[in-house]
Design a protein. Structure first.
Length: 99
């Protein structure tokens, strides 16, 4: 099993239709400056608690700057047993420019 790619438009639809776990992998300053509402900050300090405390059947969307490093994080989450994992194509940059 592997993660799936997700467009900004698909994410907007999913946010309206179901509960998602949004994980933002950007640095602290970027996360503080702006993130998708409801996002958790996924970093070296939070990763173990997020992996441990999140249901493995949850729909998880990983967001980074441009949609590249989120793919590595999404892969990692699949390896940890998550079954419904997405990487946001274009990352937060695409999300912010679509608002």
């Amino acid at each position: 099993m592997s993660f799936q790619h997700l467009s900004v438009d698909e994410l907007k639809t999913m946010l309206d239709e179901r509960d998602l776990v949004l994980l933002d992998t950007r640095d602290d300053a970027s996360f503080e400056a702006g993130h998708i509402d409801g996002s958790l900050h996924l970093n070296e300090h939070s990763v173990s608690s997020i992996v441990h405390d999140t249901e493995k059947t949850s729909t998880v969307v990983v967001v980074c700057y441009h949609g590249h490093s989120s793919q590595n994080a999404a892969n990692y989450l699949v390896e940890q047993g998550f079954s419904d994992v997405y990487s946001l194509d274009g990352g937060y940059t695409a999300w912010a420019s679509s608002r």
